[in-house]
Ligand binder design. Sequence first.
Ligand code: G3I
Length: 384
Amino acid sequence: MTASCSSDSGTGCLTRRSLLSGAAALGVAGLMPGHSHGTPTDGLGLKDRAARRGLVFGAAVNAHDLRRSAALRAALQRDCAIITPENEMKWGYVEKRRGYPDYRDAQAIANFAAKQGLKLRGHAAMWYSNIPNWVKEAISGEQGHDIMLRRVEAVVSHFRGRVVEWDVVNEAIEPRDGLADGMRRWPEFAKGDPAYIVDCFHAARAADPDAVLVYNDWGFEYNWPVFEQRRKSVLILLEKLVSAGAPIDQFGIQCHCKIGNDFDERVYADFLAEAAALGLKLSLTELDISDIPETGPIETRDQRVADHARMILSVAFDQPAVVKLMTWGLSDMTSWLNAQMPRPDGTLQRALPLDEAMKRKPLWYAIAECLDAAPERPDASPHP
Ligand code: G3I
């Protein structure tokens, strides 16, 4: 392992990784020593490049975009082995009226996946941020714990046999809430007690014994004190879940990133290794790279996004427990970033592998290069 690379380009460390960055800059990507693969102009999609290294590539998609864009549908088929509904399985989206879940939009995405031979990832069985309004009233009279478990059981069993992998619980840590071990002050359900998370995993396992079960969270990439607290908190939580016998298979690392943020290779590699040492596989589940700090031309924005991706993905793919990369959207046509963090110049963020017209951007090629250069996974059979 080398010194840390704390710049976007990741060229501060002479490793295979920085050679990769150098090769990319020279446009000779894909011809790395030891990798006879074609260059990214060989027509292979990201899913193919991932599969031949024993990895999986996919993306989130929403039902609206899926319906309105044939170009997006074609791009998803070309690049993705697995897709995730961006919102359509969330509790607040599905069960606005208690007892009357509406899965139509989720079903549309599931039907597309089935028709195109893509795998389907479920998101999120339980998440503090997307609780239907009626739950808040119901909880005052009833045991919120039971309401929560009924939701997990209902949504996981509804998609049994179609969803291969579930984000069972999403974002249960929040050190800023001041609870022990950095747990989130989970509204009403369990005041930060991890026991409710163990119960959710058991409920999901009972509802679908074949699904891969994931704990999913964000905020682990950067060399900041608050991210260091998040890394510590999530490792404590994961260790508790594993020790309590929760049927957890994977740790989902969302990987919402931003150019210019300070990244330390060793810190991130050590974090991934500690999570892997718990016996969990690791998935990067929601990669996007905000370009908001860059006010220059599109070419500069795109290059910085691509360089930032290389810096992080080359470390991640060196960890054998990392089995999957998902981006949170495939095309810049839609990104949550434009609602949450709009660019001052009013242009769309360019945080995803394809532009609005589904044209491959430098980020696409950076992901392709990192996939091509990834050490082959031991069992090399793509995980769901
Ligand atoms: O469905 C309503 C629609 O009826 C209404 O007209 C419209 C305008 O208010 O809102 C629509 O709901 C929006 C929903 O997305 C569906 O489009 C919500 O307001 C909006 O807050 C919601 O944002 C989503 C956010 O999660 C919260 O659920 C983003 O699209 C989605 O990208 C984002 O994804 C999360 C992951 O689930 C978890 N990890 C972080 C990631 C980014 O925040």
